[in-house]
Each structure stands twice: as C-alpha cells, then as structure tokens.
Design a protein around this ligand. Structure first.
Ligand SMILES: Cc1cc2nc3c(=O)[nH]c(=O)nc-3n(C[C@H](O)[C@H](O)[C@H](O)COP(=O)(O)OP(=O)(O)OC[C@H]3O[C@@H](n4cnc5c(N)ncnc54)[C@H](O)[C@@H]3O)c2cc1C
Length: 415
C-alpha cells in the first residue's frame, strides 16, 4: 500500500484541529486532517470565551465567522435560588482582554471552521477514523479506516492529536489518567425560547446555582433557540422519572429562573446525557506528537473553558511544531505543558471553588468590590495566564481569602 506523505497529520476537525491545521498550513507545511464523523455533527460546548478570539484570529477564521450572524456574547450572569444575581460584563475586565465573543451551535460553527481550513488548502478526510499509529522517532505511520472499510496509511513528520473525546493517542498508548474532579453528569437539549425577551437579554449566558452541587446553563442562540442543561452529582438525576424529555421537563419545572420561560416550549432534540467527561493524561507530548484541546485535560463545563483551552493549546502547539519542523529545538515540557497548565490549574481552582460553594458566597454576598470583580471577570473571559492579575497569580488561595474578608466585613456591619 502506497502511503500518503504529509508534514503534519491532524486528528480531528473540531476547533482544536482546525486551528492547529490552519496555523501550520500558513507556515508552508503540508497538512492533512482526518475526521471520524461526517460534518455537520453535534458536539456540546456552545458558549465561547473572549480569549478564544485570539487563536481564531491567528488561524485566519475571524472574518468568515463574523459573516455567520452568531449571537454575540458580552458576559455571563449568575443567579441563585434566592433570586440573587451576579452579572459579569466582559467590558469591565482587569487588563486589556477582548470584550466579547459568540454563543454558537457547534455543529454549524465547527463546519464553518473545517470548510474554511479546506478552502485554505488543507484536505479534510471525513468519515475516516484513526485506528493505529506506529512511531519511528518523530516520524510516524498512521492507519486510518474509511467509511467503506478501506484502510490506508499516512506518513507524517509530526502528529497533532486533536481528537477531543475520542482521545486517540492516550487510548492507543495507554496515557489516560483520572481527573482529580468528582464525577458529574450533564443532561441537556436545545429548546425553542419564544419567551426569551421576558427574561434576560440574549447577549450573555445564564448560569443558575440550582442547589448545592447542581447548576444549570442557558445559552441563547441568534435563531431564537437556546441550549439548556443541568450538571450535577449523578444521583441528583435519579429522582426524576419518565422519558428523557419528561425527566428534563420535570427538572426545569423545579428551577424558578427557567420554569416559566421553558414551560411547554418545544425541545429540538431528545435530551442527551454526558458523564465521566473530566479526564487527564500522563503527558501532553511525545516524540513526534502533541495532544491539544480536550485530549489534554478536560475539567468541567461550568466556566465554558473547553473551546478556549482547545484553541489556545492548538495555537501554542502549532507554533512550537513549526519551530521543530524548521529544525529548532523545542522544550515541549516548559514551553507547552507547563504553559498550558498555568491556565488549566487556574480554571481548576475556580471549578473547585464553585463546587465547594466558595464562589457562590462571593457572587451572592451582596458586597461587590469593583476591582475584584474586574479581576474575576478576566478569569471568566479566559485570561487565565495573566500573572499581573492577582486572581490568576494566586488562584489557589485568593478566593478563600476573599470569602474570609467578606465574612469579617459582614460581622463588622452587624455589630
Ligand atoms: C456538558 C458539557 C458542556 C460543555 N459546554 C461548553 C461550553 O459552553 N463552552 C466551551 O467552550 N466548552 C464546553 N464544553 C467543552 C467542549 O465540549 C470541548 O472542550 C470542546 O469541544 C473541545 O474541542 P476539541 O476540538 O478539542 O474537540 P472536539 O470538538 O470534540 O473535536 C474532536 C474531533 O475529533 C474527532 N475524532 C474523534 N476520534 C477520532 C478518530 N479516531 N479519528 C479521527 N477523528 C476523530 C471527533 O469526531 C471530533 O469531531 C462542554 C463540555 C461538556 C461535557
């Protein structure tokens, strides 16, 4: 069998794959993408963060995305069961981060990116799944299987594994490691949101602190449909009976901020369940390959960090791969893994602070310090590498310290 030869093989045509492919292609290297599914295909991850506009821009995607009429997103609004509200507006950030992004149906968004990268000259082979990889130093031979069952080999000087939940290289080489986050379950659908105007403006997402350990999202799209889902400890969902649609309708009916808005509104598809999605890997790179996007470490959906980490990791990995292909030496541990982990660990602290109730104490305390709010807002906008921001630099301790200050201040006010 005559093998096809490329400089870089990218596995997966999600945002991580197309951003990496485009940047490496722009540098003049021969790139190909193999994608298991036929596009458009459903994937969850619909609320973007302003930070991801930077890798999308470097990949040359912003212009085509701007033509799509996606719902613009200017912030995030948190509410709790006592009807308390904490609103973050990305315009009020610490630093000079971007102030807006989009809320998108990923089937459509990912297809726009994949079509654009093809237009730029990168072939995308759909319905073509990677089944085996053999490395010989940094060179590799990847076996792919097409829908017809036909097998072919692709020789590459370097592989970017951007296979998302497919986790191709970690699975083939036994690199998967458990996450340190507790297992959670997500239950969601898209809903016709005809009464939207009575509730919130659509230009931001709504995050509902439903009860300890359980939260809900509402992400309005520009076509009048909204994504709505609940995330929580798996046993929470056992209390609801009936078909999947009946179960989700019953859960929505118990949430004051969503019940009237979505009552009797049409579900666009049967609710879906995802669980066990938080996962890590032993290493982010090896001889001849790098992992990007969800294949590295996926934390939790609470702060919409997935696509941002996916595109930022691909942007960084692509630029390092270009240097390596040009013969420069790259310290992948320091320049890639350690850099990415700064952002991942910052988000991890916030995810943990959400699930242990620390963030709710801050958001719904009624004590709003404008300076601190801008610093936390920058984290929520995806600027999790900015060491000038004390709420990034001291992410492991700053939130607990702030809660203690709020408690002391409340006591002083009472006395
Ligand atoms: C409940 C939930 C809600 C979420 N909400 C958000 C959100 O609001 N915002 C956000 O940013 N993120 C969110 N995420 C995370 C988001 O889904 C991911 O982080 C994001 O899709 C990662 O992009 P990616 O390009 O790495 O992977 P993907 O988008 O998953 O793309 C990977 C591609 O690789 C292909 N592939 C897989 N296996 C193979 C193979 N063997 N051969 C060839 N191709 C293969 C797949 O078909 C797929 O198209 C959420 C996640 C969950 C679980």
């Amino acid at each position: 069998m005559q093998a096809e030869k490329v400089d870089v093989l990218v596995i997966g045509a999600g945002p991580a794959g197309t951003v990496a492919a485009s940047i490496i292609n722009q540098a003049g290297f021969k790139v190909a993408i193999v994608e298991k599914e036929k596009f458009p295909r459903f994937v969850i991850g619909e609320s973007l963060l302003p930070k991801c506009m930077e890798p999308l821009e470097e990949a040359g995607f912003l212009e085509v995305l701007q033509k799509q009429g996606y719902q613009e997103k200017f912030g995030a609004k948190f509410v709790n069961s006592e009807e308390q509200v904490m609103d973050f507006n990305f315009a009020n950030q610490f630093g000079n981060g971007r102030t807006w992004t989009w809320q998108v149906k990923r089937a459509d968004f990912d297809k726009v990116l994949a079509d654009e990268v093809e237009r730029m000259g990168v072939p995308v082979a759909y319905e073509t799944a990677v089944t085996a990889i053999k490395f010989d130093g940094t060179n590799s031979v990847t076996t792919v299987v097409e829908k017809s069952g036909a097998e072919r080999n692709i020789e590459a000087r370097f592989i970017v594994d951007a296979s998302g939940y497919g986790r191709v290289i970690p699975r083939l080489f036994n690199l998967d490691r458990p996450s340190n986050l507790a297992p959670r379950k997500a239950f969601f659908t898209h809903i016709e949101d005809g009464r939207r105007a009575n509730y919130i403006e659509p230009n931001r997402i709504l995050i509902v602190d439903h009860k300890p350990g359980v939260w809900a999202w509402c992400i309005p799209f520009s076509d009048g449909i909204s994504s709505c889902g609940f995330v929580g400890y798996p046993e929470f969902f056992d209390d609801f009976a009936g078909s999947l649609e009946e179960q989700l309708r019953s859960i929505i009916a118990t949430e004051w901020s969503l019940a009237d808005r979505f009552k009797e509104c049409k579900f666009i598809f049967e609710p879906r369940i995802l669980q066990g999605y938080s996962i890590s890997t032993e290493k982010f790179f090896g001889d001849g390959f790098v992992l990007t996007g969800n294949v590295t470490e996926f934390l939790d959906p609470i702060f919409s960090s997935g696509v941002t980490l996916a595109t930022v990791s691909s942007q960084l990995a692509a630029n390092l791969a270009i240097r390596q292909l040009k013969g420069e030496s790259v310290d992948w541990q320091k320049e890639y893994t350690d850099t990415m982990m700064i952002g991942v660990d910052t988000f991890r602290s916030y995810v943990m602070a959400w699930y242990d109730g620390t963030l709710q104490k801050i958001f719904f305390s009624g004590e709003r310090n404008e300076e601190v709010t801008t610093q936390i807002c920058s984290v929520l906008a995806g600027y999790v590498w900015d060491q000038e921001n004390p709420y990034v630099k001291n992410h492991a301790t700053c939130l607990q310290r702030l809660v203690r200050l709020i408690e002391v201040s409340k006591k002083l006010n009472q006395s």
